[in-house]
Design a protein around this ligand. Structure first.
Ligand code: NAI
Ligand code: MG
Length: 369
């Protein structure tokens, strides 16, 4: 029987509350899917800082390196606002991304029919939407050198951030885009600004070359990133996989996220390079939302983003596409039945707790299976 090791890092705020519901789903899968899941739970973020004085320990990092996937809740909160910069809660997540070299960030934007009216766009524009934004996560202007603020001779200051991409970095993210598209609707849209940025010229050339040499069967189109932003809002269903750099991806994925409604609904995956020996990728799955200190401890957080993140782990780390469909289908069923956490409920509508939502999803999985 196949068996996988999951490292669960609930973190702070609502992190542990939504993680408890993922554990419920894992227990069900363990009992019913023919695949065994071994889980280990550890501290990250502020809760790790309180105990160890760092946002993630070396020992936890070792476990993360060896795990088949890391399932991450959320970190941070006002309690740790004054802690030193190097050990602030977010440092735990940043170290995981860096040390596991998670260069590919997948952000699906899916519109569940039951929530189509919650979007700020018209129902016809978003209903049935299912697109995937693939953001390069470890390169580009957030990391390029030089990165500085210097004082000039005349007393003025000058700030510099540097956009840097190498052929290798673009090739590997392009390959992920084409592989993802092959398992979806076979279309990739690459977005850059080749009209004003040298890195955009190279991005365009390298994506085109990878396409020609390795993935000619996939449809490829290029779009300037600003026009892409317009198109995302005008008619998002024209896209399948959008691949773009770190900065544009940060913005475009947030835009795409809001096409579909609440922050409590949005999962993400961050993938590393495949191990040359085993073909396995390091991977971390987490909801897009943060630790939501305003509702932490109340038991009302929406666990769907967290549970859908586990669904992505099933799909992208464990080749369990059917089980992933089961999770996604159960979420759709529960929403269709009118079950809502407070963030999704209309004014005056009844809402359920975090735990009730988790239980309803597991029940819907059992019914579908
Ligand atoms: P946030 O995502 O935590 O919350 C924004 C708003 O959305 C809040 O009103 C919150 O109640 C609501 N919300 C978020 N997730 C929800 C859910 N699952 N169910 C229902 N409502 C939900 O972002 P915010 O307030 O800017 O940051 C709070 C803390 O989280 C900060 O310390 C921030 O640094 C941290 N953060 C951590 C992230 C991570 O761990 N990856 C990502 C974003 C923020
Ligand atoms: Mg962002």
């Amino acid at each position: 029987m196949a068996s996988y090791n999951l490292l669960l890092l609930p973190g702070d705020g609502i992190g542990p509350e939504v993680m408890a519901e993922v554990e419920r789903v894992i227990r069900w899968l363990d009992a019913n899917s023919g695949v065994h899941f071994e889980t280990e739970t550890d501290l990250v973020g502020g809760s790790a800082y309180d105990v160890h004085g760092v946002a993630i320990t070396d020992e936890t990092m070792k476990t993360a390196m060896a795990a088949d996937a890391v399932i991450f809740g959320a970190v941070g909160g006002p309690k740790w606002d004054a802690v030193p910069y190097e050990v602030r809660p977010e440092a735990g997540l940043l170290r995981l991304r860096k040390d596991l070299e998670l260069f590919a960030n997948l952000r699906p934007a899916i519109c569940y029919p039951a929530l189509a009216d919650a979007s700020s766009l018209k129902r016809e524009v978003v209903e049935g939407l299912d697109i995937l934004i693939l953001r390069e996560l470890t390169g580009g202007v957030y990391f390029g050198e030089p990165k500085e603020i210097v004082t000039l001779e005349n007393g003025e200051k000058r700030a510099v951030d540097t956009q840097v991409y190498t052929t290798h970095e673009i090739e590997r993210i392009a390959r992920v885009a084409f592989e993802l598209a092959r398992a979806r609707r076979n279309k990739v849209t690459s977005m850059e600004k080749r009209n004003v940025m040298r890195s955009g010229v190279l991005w365009n050339q390298v994506v085109t070359a990878v396409h020609k040499a390795e993935y000619p069967d996939v449809q490829l189109e290029h779009m300037l990133a600003d026009a892409g932003g317009m198109q995302l809002v005008r008619w998002p269903k024209q896209f399948d996989v959008i691949v773009t750099d770190n900065l544009f991806g940060d913005m475009l994925s947030d835009v795409a996220a809001m096409l579909t409604g609440s922050l409590g609904m949005l999962p993400s995956a961050s993938l590393g390079a495949p191990d040359p020996a085993t073909g396995k990728r390091k991977a971390l799955y987490e909801p897009v939302h943060g630790s939501a200190p305003d509702i932490a401890g109340k038991g009302i957080a929406n666990p769907i983003a967290m549970i859908a993140s586990l669904g992505m782990a099933l799909r992208y780390s464990f080749d369990m596409g059917e089980a992933a469909d089961l999770v996604d289908g159960a979420i759709a069923d529960v929403l269709a039945s009118g079950t809502r956490t407070a963030d999704l409920a209309a004014k005056g509508q009844n809402s359920v707790s975090t735990r009730e939502m988790g239980e309803a999803i597991v029940k819907a999985m059992a019914k579908r299976a």
